[in-house]
Design a protein around this ligand. Structure first.
Ligand SMILES: NC(=O)c1ccc[n+]([C@@H]2O[C@H](COP(=O)([O-])OP(=O)(O)OC[C@H]3O[C@@H](n4cnc5c(N)ncnc54)[C@H](O)[C@@H]3O)[C@@H](O)[C@H]2O)c1
Length: 88
């Protein structure tokens, strides 16, 4: 399967990516690096984009999507609650 992981450069996204690769799946990462870490990207196909980029999402055409992004900072989430409100 081709699995898109949004928030893929984050802690949980990196863990899911490793598990997917171990299971033999193709992995594509999307992350705006607002809190992610580039070293979690490794040599995977990576799009440094906001998850609201519908044009890109239409182009990637994954078999499955794991959505593990959010603002991990509670103050930021309170200040910008709509930043996470997208549908993938
Ligand atoms: N880490 C834990 O132990 C844990 C436990 C339970 C639940 N969770 C939940 O899992 C989710 C992920 O947690 P995490 O620890 O991996 O956080 P994280 O901050 O490490 O990863 C989130 C990633 O999402 C990215 N991101 C945020 N908004 C984005 C956007 N609009 N577009 C693209 N990328 C965006 C960030 O850059 C970051 O890389 C959160 O919802 C968190 O509450 C985490």
């Amino acid at each position: 399967m081709k699995i898109l992981i949004t928030g893929g450069a984050g802690y949980i996204g990196n863990t899911i990516a490793s598990a997917c690769l171990d299971a033999g799946h193709e992995v594509v990462l999307l992350d705006d690096l607002s809190a992610g870490r580039r070293e979690f990207v490794h040599d995977l196909l990576f799009y440094e984009r906001n998850v609201g980029d519908q044009t890109l999402l239409d182009r990637v055409t994954p078999t499955n999507t794991a959505t593990v992004l959010s603002q991990s900072s509670v103050p930021s989430g309170n200040e910008l609650p709509k930043a996470d409100s997208v549908s993938v």
